[in-house]
Design a protein around this ligand. Structure first.
Ligand code: LMR
Length: 438
């Protein structure tokens, strides 16, 4: 085992703290932080911890057994929770590990507090949050962890922060992969696919090595469909079915626009599918959607509006928001991640469905296999899903689906070097963009 030693007395308080709190203590000692995280990055299994107990004052900082639970904590979360004792209680479920990448970003800032409050997994579900950031964002990540501490969430039992996915994803049962590079000025879409693809290839490998064998992965970072594909291809020991690309935000946007046009509140809109890519080729399906249980085309008789204005509005909503905010959507994205998780952990209402970007193998719609494509799904509430059988197609819908499918196939060719399928060759259609690009 790799050993790193730092002189401890100046950084380890004399208290009843449990051992190994360097991640917490280092928040106050920046120079030492840099030293410690360089070590973590170089030697994957190295843990640096602060050995403290009330009888014998601390004298040294050293690495610990990677399996030692005591190094997996931030601040107050090192002090309060005896995992085993809680596990034995009858009223609370067994603690679940939720890993979040891009944890210092805006989307996470909305999401983490919803997760910790219990509104996602329920009031009897204690959680551990494992937060992945980058070296650059590490200080902000500490700020996030401090705010989580200060929120006194009873269900939040563990928080860990880090910059190494192999550490942070350990035993993850959910992995919410939000962190990705946004497209910068002058950057080709192919460049973005490559840069972010490498991040997701690495994270896929890390999940494959250390996460729960049944981890559910929701990829949010764009281009999310192809990032999800890269991730699952790099995680052959995890079922491909467990990987999702987030298109729930697009479904929610479509529901809102249909409700507005029909003059009803959005809870009356159901059976909305987003087909395909989370890009401007995505297809919001109004053929199968319903308002008050009635097919949308019977309620909204302006079919030209449905085919043109509605479709384009949903496809470009992300871009419209960027123009207003000067950055991409964050709060509504976090809400849609919550919706996506809840759709998997609660039974889908009878007759309805939800959209998710999932692996196409075995789909009943004739979508080409081997890509991640948004399709209508139902769940029994066990974290798994099945494809909806009773959907219909017309020529308009099929034509649109073919276009978004072609785009995803082009993206797939472009990242072949990251999926283990040969040499990447980018012939991306020029007229399609991420929702945020206008
Ligand atoms: C959104 O749909 O709002 C985002 O995916 C846009 C973006 O490119 O960040």
């Amino acid at each position: 085992m790799a050993v790193a030693e730092l002189t401890a007395p100046s950084i380890c308080p004399k208290s009843n703290l449990r051992s190994s709190q360097l991640s917490y203590l280092s928040a106050r000692f920046n120079s030492r932080r840099h030293q410690s995280f360089h070590l973590l990055r170089r030697v994957r299994s190295a843990r640096i911890s602060c050995s403290v107990n009330s009888q014998s004052p601390p004298v040294a900082v050293k690495t610990q057994d990677p399996k030692s639970k005591s190094s997996d904590c931030y601040g107050v979360f090192c002090l309060t929770y005896d995992l085993k004792a809680e596990d034995e209680t009858k009223s609370w479920k067994k603690l679940i590990n939720i890993a979040v990448s891009g944890a210092a970003g805006m989307i996470s800032n909305h999401l983490l507090f919803k997760l910790a409050s219990g509104q996602v997994f329920g009031p009897d579900q204690p959680i551990a949050l494992k937060l992945l950031g980058s070296e650059k964002s590490f200080q902000a990540l500490e700020g996030v962890a401090m705010e989580l501490e200060d929120s006194l969430f009873p269900l939040l039992r563990e928080v860990k922060i880090g910059i190494d996915p192999y550490e942070v994803f350990q035993d993850a049962e959910w992995a919410l992969l939000i962190g990705a590079k946004p497209r910068g000025p002058g950057m080709e879409r192919a460049d973005l696919l490559d840069i972010n693809g490498q991040i997701f290839a690495e994270q896929g490998k890390a999940l494959n090595e250390v996460a729960s064998r049944n981890v559910k992965v929701i990829v949010v970072g764009n281009p999310c469909n192809t990032n999800a594909l890269i991730c699952l291809k790099n995680a052959p020991n995890i079922p491909a079915k467990n990987f999702h690309a987030l298109t729930r935000l697009d479904e929610n946007r479509a529901k809102c626009q249909l409700a507005l046009k029909a003059g009803v509140f959005y809870d009356k809109v159901s059976n909305v599918t987003i087909w395909g890519n989370h890009s401007t080729t995505q297809v919001p399906d109004f053929l199968n959607a319903r308002i008050n249980g009635v097919p949308v085309k019977q309620v909204i008789t302006d079919h030209k509006w449905l085919e043109e204005e509605f479709t384009e509005k949903v496809q470009k909503r992300g871009g419209a928001l960027i123009q207003k905010w000067g950055r991409s959507s964050a709060a509504s994205t976090a809400v849609s991640i919550v919706d996506a998780i809840k759709s998997l952990v609660t039974p889908t209402p009878e007759g309805d469905w939800f959209s998710s970007g999932v692996y196409t193998n075995g789909n009943p719609y004739g979508i080409v296999e081997g890509i991640v494509f948004s399709m209508p799904c139902r769940s029994k509430g066990d974290g798994d899903y099945e494809f909806v059988k009773d959907v219909t197609f017309d020529n308009y819908l099929l034509k649109k689906i073919t276009k978004t499918e072609a785009e995803l196939l082009a993206e797939k060719r472009c990242v072949a070097h990251l999926t283990g399928e040969g040499i990447g060759f980018c012939d991306l259609p020029e007229d399609t963009m991420l929702p945020g690009e206008m």
